[in-house]
Design a protein around this ligand. Structure first.
Ligand code: FES
Length: 882
């Protein structure tokens, strides 16, 4: 850089930087790599997420956009600073308000928040945070924390010393102190003392092609490069996949989608690895792609996976097909008083967890490999890695580093097998960090769904019949799309009583990004359609939407319209009543200046646990140490706070103070398998396993026996479930229940929709930790708002276009609904620990149809394709005008 000295120095957290650092390096890299201050995070590298925020001369700035030379002689404050009162006040307030979950955004958020002037109003606070993305919290708790810090009041949360009943209390998340001081260690922060090699992937410039050659001579000649690995170097099956092994570790002949990796370059530093990757020359032959799932269903469509036999001998891309039929549905429609019919569409959505994929694989002297990474399901990763690489399962292990958000997107493998492969090939520690663009390209997306729906009722609104035809775009690999199809179909008509139904669903392969688990697992899409149908029918019949729901919701154990035997509907009807009550008076319909207002309501059910005959279990070991207890259970804490919840369960069960219990969950060698942190299952699965182990430890002994060191290991299983056998049996064991009420303002001139108020009522069974529960409910609500109004992944020929958080339209603090109200119902779940049920997913599902119903109430149009962008709203208004 002209005019800038080659080296520079500045004041860092009140002290001069020892020595000098390169002027031309990003301040972020200097802080993290040269000075070892890892509290400053990189979430995007292009100024979109705010995770790297620091203070420069007291003003917030993004260290990814600042060169070190630009801070010559100036004062830089990072999250590690200990002498800034405003930062310290904000730290305490964030903890007290539960304003941190995964914590990856927290350091940047706290530093920016610390400079918001006291007395700032809601809008001013949100405007100041607009550059700081948080995917977990929904921002409401962050705003409360800032107000709390400004008010310098509020009583500390937690459990009193001597209290041995922590279940039901507002316990701040374990690890909060480390998160607010920058000490928490994510996989990106690992720096082995003796150094390590670095890996970079080679990806094709297209999403569909045949590979005719890979020339890596120039890559090997690149300074610093030590190995280039291709499919020929993979010693096992070279295949992985969560439900079936159809994804190559390294592409062997074909490119089928965005996530495919062609080669892996290992070098002495990250820059050399990337330079080497860029030097690999691919010769590709274009083959006919298939982007449209309807076209993919043709018998003549080009096969996405040429080595996959057709499931029916005719359709090359049909992955799964299911039909549920009960009663005489056509007769029901013939006799109906009212019928509503529509086609619903949803698109690809990005998980956008703030911490991109990163990891470090380390060979041990005993020949085993240890991987430091973030994952939702370590043992599933290990099983896939062992088969793909031809390694014994016991030769591989995982150490969970702090997980910077997941939302389903870390259930599938990303870079785990690549790192094991590289470390084995080089017999050296190998590290890899994906940037935001690679993260968006490298993991799956929410399933796009097209769904044609008919619903019939009598004159009083009692549902007589319903049909649904569902087409799911699974993308280029199977992942869990078969399972998602089952899950969606089992819950496709919601909790309602409907005499006759038919639902037909197909999941089809295309060359689009593979679709995978994402908070809600298929229930979001079908609930959007069903609840919109219910609201449509209510409008057609002139019946209040709430009344129509209650008319079709019988209490007690029964068989759902889809044939699923359920034990009851928890507190669903109470969530409806309480949500409406909490929402208060609806907004006035029109302000007269192009703005119109409306209110919508919708309900949701969501399974807890996998179901469909899967042996769904968790194992926990509890050891009494004499002074307390150690709980070992491999349940991944993805920021939702399961570590804290399990600590509370164990402490309460053992009549111990919270501080006397330690939960260990990170090491696959020592922590028993608890299964995936997904399907809203861990509070119930791991929670019950821990509770049962505690009970067994106390059984037969008195209070004093608690001090005798010993341990017990227990496995807890969800009740047995059945396959989705054309709509009979009990495919799902338990459910969460929710109702949302949304108030919106629609600008009929621009098509812009603002959510003004969102009430999210959840039946949690028992709120083990109300503070953390509220964070889940608010975070899910804003994720639902984003899904309804903003979020989609633009694709250009199967590749995500301009891969960034802004491109994917992840909600900012300004987008997020300002008035969000959480209502918690506690209708005990029979099989839940202390009556608790999982709610992580139910929090977002009802929000989407509540918002689209509110849009209809405001301006009279039904939006059947989400997100409800201004363009779609304007088009619907134009259609309505004729
Ligand atoms: Fe903000 Fe996870 S806590 S991104």
């Amino acid at each position: 850089m002209s005019g800038v000295a080659a080296s520079t120095s500045f004041i860092l957290n009140g002290e001069p930087v020892p020595g000098s650092v390169s002027s031309a390096r990003r301040l972020l890299d200097v802080l993290r790599d040269d000075l070892g201050l890892k509290g400053t995070k990189e979430g995007c590298g292009v100024g979109e997420c705010g995770s790297c925020a620091v203070l420069i001369d007291g003003e917030a700035a993004l260290s990814c956009l600042v060169l070190a030379g630009e801070v010559e002689g100036r004062a830089v404050t990072t999250i590690e600073a200990t002498a800034d009162d405003r930062v310290e006040a904000m730290r305490r307030a964030f903890i007290e308000e539960g304003a941190l979950q995964c914590g990856f955004c927290t350091s940047g958020m706290i530093l920016v928040a610390s400079r918001i002037p006291a007395g700032a109003g809601e809008e001013e606070i949100r405007a100041a945070l607009v550059g700081n993305a948080c995917r977990c919290s929904g921002y409401a708790s962050i705003v409360r924390a800032i107000r709390r810090a400004h008010a310098a009041e509020g009583s500390p949360r937690g459990v009193e010393t001597g209290d041995t009943v922590s279940v039901g209390r507002d316990v701040p998340m374990i690890g909060s102190d480390a998160r607010v001081t920058g000490r928490e260690q994510y996989p990106h922060d690992l720096a082995p003392p003796d150094g390590c090699l670095h890996a970079a992937t080679v990806r094709a410039p297209v999403a569909c092609a045949r590979i005719t050659s890979i020339d890596f001579a120039r890559a090997l000649a690149t300074p610093g490069v030590v190995r280039v690995l291709t499919a020929d170097d993979v010693p096992g099956t070279n295949r992985f996949g969560l439900a079936e092994p159809d994804q190559p570790v390294l592409a062997d002949g074909w490119i089928r989608g965005a996530s495919d990796v062609v080669a892996l370059v290992v070098a002495r530093d990250r820059e050399s690895a990337r330079a080497g990757a860029a030097a690999v020359e691919l010769t590709l032959e274009r083959v006919t792609p298939v982007w449209d799932p309807a076209r993919a269903l043709d018998e003549t469509a080009p096969p996405v996976q040429r080595d996959r036999p057709s499931v029916d001998g005719r359709h090359p891309n049909l992955l799964a097909e299911r039909t549920i039929a009960r009663g005489d549905v056509e007769a029901a429609f013939d006799t109906a008083h009212a019928v509503v019919e529509a086609t619903y569409r949803t698109g690809h959505v990005e998980h956008a967890f703030l911490a991109t994929e990163a990891g470090l694989a380390v060979p041990s002297p005993d020949g085993t490999l240890r991987l430091h990474v973030s994952t939702q399901w370590p043992e599933a990763d290990l099983r896939q890695a062992a088969a793909a690489l031809g390694e014994p399962y016991e030769a591989l292990s995982i150490v969970q580093e702090t997980i910077g958000g997941a939302f389903g997107g870390r259930e599938d493998i990303s870079l785990q097998i690549l790192l094991f492969l590289a470390a084995r090939a080089c017999e050296a520690p190998v590290r890899m960090v994906w940037d935001r663009a690679e993260s968006i390209r490298g993991h799956g997306k929410r399933h796009p769904v097209t769904l044609h729906h008919r619903l019939a009722s009598d004159a009083e609104g009692r549902f007589l019949g319903a049909t649904a035809d569902v087409l799911i775009d699974a993308g280029c690999y199977a992942s869990t799309s078969r399972q998602l199809l089952d899950n969606a179909l089992a819950q496709i008509f919601g909790p309602y009583d409907i005499g006759s139904v038919r639902a037909a669903g197909r999941a089809v392969l295309t060359n689009n990004p593979y679709a995978c688990a994402f908070r809600g697992f298929g229930v979001n899409q079908v609930t959007f359609a069903m609840e919109q149908q219910v609201n449509r029918l209510a409008a057609a019949l002139g019946i209040e939407p709430v009344d129509l729901r209650l008319r079709n919701l019988p209490e007690g154990p029964r068989v759902l319209a889809t044939g699923c035997d359920i034990a009851g509907q928890g507190g669903l009807t109470r969530t409806i009543a309480r949500a409406v009550e909490e929402a208060g008076e609806p907004p006035n319909p029109s302000s007269g200046d192009g703005l119109v207002f409306g209110r919508g309501v919708a309900s949701a059910m969501k399974n807890c646990g996998f179901g469909f005959g899967f042996d769904d279990a968790a194992t926990a070991e509890v050891e009494l140490t004499g002074s307390g207890a150690i709980v070992r259970v491999g349940a991944a804490d993805v920021g939702q706070g399961i570590e804290t919840v399990l600590t509370q369960i164990a402490a309460t069960a053992l009549h111990l103070e919270l501080e006397a219990v330690v939960v260990e969950w990170t090491d696959s060698r020592t922590c028993p398998e608890a299964g995936s942190t997904s399907a809203s299952r861990q509070t119930m699965a791991a929670g019950n396993a821990v509770l049962e182990a505690c009970r067994q430890l106390l059984e037969g002994g008195g209070e004093e026996d608690r001090d005798r060191p010993r341990s017990v290991r227990c496995t807890w299983r969800f009740p047995a479930t059945t396959a989705l056998d054309r709509g009979r049996g009990r495919p799902l064991a338990a459910f969460g229940w929710a109702t949302a009420v949304a108030d919106v303002a629609v600008d009929t001139r621009s098509g812009d929709v603002r959510v003004l108020r969102l009430v999210n009522a959840i039946d949690a069974g028992r709120a083990i930790n109300p503070l953390l529960l509220r964070g889940q409910v608010e975070g899910g609500a804003v994720m639902g708002q984003g899904y309804a109004l903003l979020e989609q992944v633009p694709l250009v020929e199967g590749l995500p276009a301009r891969c960034g958080l802004e491109t994917c339209a992840v909600p900012t603090a300004v987008d997020a609904v300002p008035d969000i109200r959480t209502v918690v119902i506690e209708e005990p779940e029979e099989i839940g620990p202390f009556g608790a049920r999982g709610v992580g997913e139910a929090t977002m599902i009802a929000v989407v149809p509540a918002i689209t119903a509110a849009i209809h109430a405001a301006c009279g149009v039904w939006i059947d394709e989400i997100p409800a962008t201004p363009e779609r709203v304007l088009a619907a208004l134009a259609d309505a005008r004729g």
